[in-house]
Design a binder for this molecule. Structure first.
Ligand code: DGJ
Length: 724
């Protein structure tokens, strides 16, 4: 709910309060974000500003009352005394880069309109409360939008800048969120990594200066996810304050924590301003991506549960939002590029025999693509490999009783492709200078309307040419040589943002034309695992690393923001292709069960005993679907537990819970594994599937359980607790 008081605004969710006020000068002072409090007026929250510390700049010369450097602000700019990380920087036509936005107007309304250019959260019931605060700096108008998702304890923010003047201005930065807090020594948790090594959690206590988390790769990247947590050193999985923030954006992003000299900390999040210079002509407007904010005093788990609910209900769209998604078999680690119709059908048959529901043909089906050196851009079926084309293959798969899916990589172009020979200027390149490949390919200039129109036509034809039920949308390299032949020299600072807008346009075109297709995002695994992509594809392949033990850590990191129903996870062969390690088939399946479950190996090579095991795993997947995809997810182990990892799903109706444990290390004289249990109803009785013992939820929740057997390294165990 949003309340407007005489001089400010209060935004309440079920368990949180967010408050700010308008100062006499017209600046917006942030007052509070945290546990829900009852406020009738702003007085108790107001910080006294009755003197100007040291050499700071006085904003109000008459009263010498305010130094913007010493204020908590809803948005800030450089040049009027605030020397901290700015929210906005716009270069005016006279070359000045001092901005000063002050209050003009506000409005409270209901419901949420979609963005014109970007993905964003949505609310089908029109229940979301919406506050628009309009600020002005001469001819520049800035709208700060706040949306309150009461039941998820989420507030989202976005910024729109409109040029009402007669001259062009250049946006150097426009953030989506700013959160100014009292005190310092906040812990900023970021999730960093690289290809096949995504989502490593890092906790950094920021005592002074500035700490940043960013991507400059062209995608949200596996280097640094836009999801960030702000907590205290004492915060644990279940206790303590935790703020979670994310950006619904898939391009270069930036999050910074800046500690000032006056016992205050600022956090900002938005498009990465590095190399950005976006021209805004008279009458034009610029939308900054939506940022998501949640707070929990129930530690990281509490924060994650808010975010999971929000993503599932207000970001993921379409038919597959609630519909049970099929168990898939992907051809990549079974065949790589070595595919023919015969080989694929043999693999699919093996899948059918053990319960696979969706067969996915990965890379290698088009142009003359026998390796990764050619043909991206030539999206025409290689009929030497697939004589019956996609239609013939899909019909054969259909006859086997499975649906059929396909891999594509629309944003890329190979030098050795007809498309590149015809349109070399469609790739990012700087005229007269050498181009640089990544995974032997160039990047298409997705900011060009003609490129998006061409790709829309080509993929509409491909997707419509057969009964295709699933698409894996890949993107395998970072962007370099970002320069568009379609833009003049003074607009090249727009290229990176325009790229991602073009990607969104293409995805929207295809998703709306093919609403029944299940899309899965991918970027060499988790190179673009973000909330923007989840608006188009309800699931994302989270890593090219399929080693179950590595996946424990990758999926652990991913789980802090992203719901389990969005995390692509497959059982693959052993020794594992990325690490050479072997772990039991049961462990591989148990780890994949904490994700969008599927298989990616040559099932024909399994022994009869293993095939029977896989059949059983698929049955279990169906049996636990309501828990893993709709239930509440709890991490049961703290990050310093290097001995084992455990997690739990509790059904929405609390009727049962599934606990999974994987032992990581092995020692002589081993210690027993003791697992905590969470989220059961205190006053109901639950029976444990391990030993038939019946206890109250309260007892399980507090006493946990000691596993009845020692686990060796790499071994897993799972059990249920069911209401008696
Ligand atoms: C990278 C993906 O992450 C893999 O799963 C596979 O689809 C390859 N690309 C195909 O080139």
């Amino acid at each position: 709910m949003i309340k407007k008081l005489e001089n400010g605004f209060i935004l309440n969710t079920k368990n949180t309060t967010y408050a700010f006020r308008v100062l006499k000068t017209g600046h917006l002072e942030h007052l509070y974000y945290g546990k829900k409090i009852a406020i009738e007026n702003m007085e108790p929250l107001i910080e006294q500003h009755n003197f100007m510390p040291g050499n700071t700049v006085a904003y109000n010369q008459e009263t010498m009352e305010y130094s913007l450097e010493n204020m908590r602000l809803e948005m800030s700019s450089y040049g009027k005394g605030d020397v901290r990380e700015p929210f906005v920087e716009v270069v005016k036509s006279d070359g000045s880069f001092t901005n000063d936005f002050t209050y003009a107007d506000s409005e409270i309304s209901w419901g949420k309109q979609p963005f014109e250019t970007l993905p964003g959260s949505y609310d089908e019931d029109g229940n979301v409360d919406h506050l628009t605060v309009t600020l002005k700096d001469n001819d520049l108008v800035m709208e700060l939008h706040y949306y309150v998702y009461e039941n998820c304890d989420v507030i989202t923010r976005t910024t729109v800048l409109i040029n009402k003047g007669k001259e062009k201005v250049n946006i150097k930065r426009l953030m989506s969120m700013q959160l100014d807090m009292f005190g310092m020594n906040y812990v900023m948790t970021t999730f960093n990594g690289s290809w096949a090594n995504e989502m490593n959690r890092h906790d950094t206590k920021v005592a002074a200066g500035r700490f940043t988390n960013y991507s400059y790769a062209g995608t949200s990247s596996n280097r640094a996810n836009p999801f960030v947590m702000i907590s205290r050193e004492e915060t644990t999985e279940d206790f303590g304050e935790c703020i979670g923030t994310n950006l619904i954006y898939s391009g270069n992003h930036y999050e910074a924590m800046d500690v000032c000299s006056f016992n205050k900390t600022r956090f900002v999040s938005g498009i990465n301003p590095q190399s950005m210079s976006y021209g805004l002509l008279p009458g034009e407007k610029f939308e900054a991506p939506e940022s998501v904010l949640t707070y929990s005093k129930k530690g990281y788990n509490g924060m994650s549960q808010n975010m999971h609910k929000f993503v599932r209900e207000h970001i993921v769209r379409g038919k597959w939002k609630y519909k049970e998604r099929p168990v898939l078999l992907n051809s990549w680690e079974a065949n790589y590029f070595d595919i023919t119709e015969e080989k694929l059908i043999n693999l699919a048959k093996a899948g059918k025999d053990i319960g696979i529901e969706l067969f996915v043909m990965d890379d290698g089906w088009f142009g003359k693509r026998n390796n990764d050196k050619s043909s991206l851009g030539d999206w025409f079926v290689n009929t030497d490999k697939l004589p019956g084309s996609l239609k013939g293959l899909s019909e054969k798969v259909d006859k086997l009783g499975m649906s059929f899916g396909l891999w594509v990589e629309p944003e890329m172009i190979s030098e050795d492709s007809d498309l590149f020979r015809k349109h070399p200027d469609w790739a990012f390149r700087i005229q007269g200078r050498e181009m640089h490949e990544g995974r032997n390919q160039y990047v298409l200039d997705m900011g060009r309307d003609d490129v998006v129109a061409y790709l829309t036509d080509v993929f509409t034809a491909v997707l419509g040419s057969a009964d295709i039920k699933y698409i894996k949308w890949d993107m395998n390299r970072n962007i370099s040589d970002a320069n568009s032949a379609a833009l003049p020299p003074n607009r090249q600072g727009e290229v990176m943002h325009r790229y991602i807008l073009g990607v969104y346009k293409l995805m929207e075109n295809l998703v709306s034309t093919f609403p029944n297709i299940l899309f899965e995002g991918c970027s060499g695994g988790g190179g673009r695992f973000d909330a923007g992509m989840l608006y188009y594809s309800p699931q994302i392949w989270c890593s090219d690393n399929t080693d179950a033990m590595n996946r424990l850590d990758i999926q652990y990191g991913t789980s802090f923001f992203y719901p389990i129903s969005s995390v692509g996870a497959h059982v693959s062969a052993c020794p594992n292709h990325q690490t050479g390690r072997s772990v039991p088939l049961s462990t591989r399946a148990d780890v994949a069960l904490a994700g969008r479950f599927g298989y990616e190996l040559d099932l024909r090579l399994l022994s009869d005993e293993e095939k029977a095991q896989v059949k059983e795993q698929i049955k279990e997947f169906h049996d636990y679907y309501d828990l893993t995809h709709e239930g509440d997810y709890y991490r049961l182990t703290e990050r310093d537990n290097t001995s084992f990892t455990a997690w739990e799903f509790v059904a929405k109706n609390k009727e049962r819970a599934l606990v999974e444990v994987v032992k990581k290390d092995a020692w002589g004289n081993p210690l027993p594994v003791h697992v905590t249990i969470k989220g059961l109803e205190d006053n109901s009785m639950y029976v444990c599937s391990l030993n038939g013992i019946k206890r109250s939820g309260k007892t399980w929740n507090h006493a946990g359980i000691t596993l009845p057997k020692f686990l060796s390294a790499g071994e897993s165990m799972k059990f249920t607790l069911t209401k008696a």
